[in-house]
Ligand binder design. Structure first.
Ligand SMILES: CCCC/C=C/CC(=O)SCCNC(=O)CCNC(=O)[C@H](O)C(C)(C)COP(=O)(O)OP(=O)(O)OC[C@H]1O[C@@H](n2cnc3c(N)ncnc32)[C@H](O)[C@@H]1OP(=O)(O)O
Length: 346
């Protein structure tokens, strides 16, 4: 696909030609137990943070925290369904049961992310006066700043071409959730260094859980669906400043932005035939239909997006289901093994 042409087309919201179809690999290597112990530690820290919250987060959030806590510690809902007049326990049962078969690992991470979005440090930062420069700490893979009504989320793994690893997926979701509630008017995503982003970090598929590659593919499909869902539901004008080459999901998500500005170093690459991947980021829906002009105002975005939100979530779910299967194919596994071992041949 001609990169400059796609940059122009994305910016002009017209639609490029067709998408190539490939799938994604899952490689059988050693499980990273340290990473799992760290997330358990984060989980325990978050449970303590909940007790320090300065204000009541409200029943909806408390029910979500309860449900994620139970899912993370006990797995799928195993309580008998309370009677209709047992309102409190029925509400708790409904919240927990709604998580279905969400893996404990994912529930634990979601619990940590939710508490982080409520944590006192973020709460105090949302009280910062407009117009002051604020660099949000608490992110390992991003630099988040907010000034003059603009919250900027900058991918900050320049040594890895801003490849998006699991931590970065969660941090981008957390930053978007905070940006949706802060005092900014618009949110801008861009990259630090010479790349905007080289897309999914291909080592994401190397820490195989006890359930094997099928569980990994399922966990990644759950992560991808939640990640893309954050972009579908983001309420404010979302702007991409593509400062350099963009690859994979960092390109396919652009169809959910309200405006895309491309520097003269920007290129847009979707290596689907090379990696064997089916579309993600709702691109199977947005790319073929992007014709309307970029909408800068929040209200017009809501008018347009609310008609499509349900459809976009359905497209996201279907893309994730297809990807979950494709990630198990030999062609994808070979493609990523070749990438990850390429330098060892030098
Ligand atoms: C769970 C949700 C899944 C959602 C699925 C999404 C679909 C996708 O996003 S598919 C697209 C995946 N991305 C790629 O295939 C790009 C892979 N990278 C490359 O082809 C090259 O690195 C690139 C052309 C981007 C840059 O090439 P160079 O300029 O030659 O730099 P290097 O290759 O030396 O890269 C420097 C450094 O970064 C590491 N790197 C870069 N991109 C990735 C990546 N996507 N995943 C993992 N690591 C990446 C690269 O390995 C180098 O690391 P070191 O060797 O340690 O220096």
């Amino acid at each position: 696909m001609a990169m400059a042409y796609l940059a122009w087309r994305l910016a002009r919201r017209s639609c490029p030609s067709s998408l190539q179809v490939t799938s994604f690999p899952v490689v059988q290597l050693h499980m990273n137990r340290t990473a799992m112990r760290a997330s358990q530690k984060d989980f325990e820290n978050s449970m303590n943070q909940v007790k320090l919250l300065k204000k009541d987060p409200g029943n909806e959030v408390k029910l979500k925290l309860y449900a994620l806590y139970k899912q993370a510690t006990e797995g799928p809902c195993n309580m008998p369904k309370p009677g209709v007049f047992d309102l409190i326990n029925k509400a708790k049962w409904d919240a927990w049961n709604a998580l279905g078969s969400l893996p404990k690992e994912a529930a634990r991470q979601n619990y940590v992310d939710l508490v982080s979005s409520l944590s006192p440090s973020l709460e105090s930062s949302s009280q910062v006066e407009p117009g002051t420069d604020r660099k949000s700490t608490g992110f390992e893979t991003l630099v988040v700043t907010s000034e003059d009504g603009i919250t900027k989320i900058m991918f900050n793994r320049p040594k890895k071409k801003n490849a998006i690893n699991t931590e970065m997926y969660h941090e981008i979701m957390r930053a978007l959730k905070a940006a949706s509630k802060d005092d900014s008017i618009i949110t801008v995503l861009t990259g630090n260094g010479d790349y905007y982003s080289s897309g999914n970090d291909l080592t994401n598929f190397t820490d195989i859980p006890p359930g094997g590659v099928e569980e990994k593919a399922k966990n990644n499909a759950v992560l991808l669906r939640e990640f893309v869902g954050c972009f579908i539901d983001f309420p404010k004008p979302l702007i991409a400043v593509v400062n350099g080459p963009a690859v994979g999901i960092s390109v396919t998500l652009l169809g959910l932005f309200d405006a895309v500005y491309a520097s003269d170093r920007a290129t847009f690459h979707t290596p689907f035939s090379h990696l064997g991947q089916s579309p993600e980021g709702c691109s199977s829906y947005t790319f073929p239909k992007i014709m309307s002009p970029a909408k800068a105002l929040r209200i017009s975005k809501e008018v347009i997006r609310k008609r499509e939100r349900e459809k976009l979530h359905a497209v996201n779910a279907e893309e994730c289901n297809v990807l979950q299967g494709r990630w198990l194919s030999d062609e994808c596994t070979n493609a990523v093994v070749n990438f990850l071992s390429r330098k060892s041949k030098l």
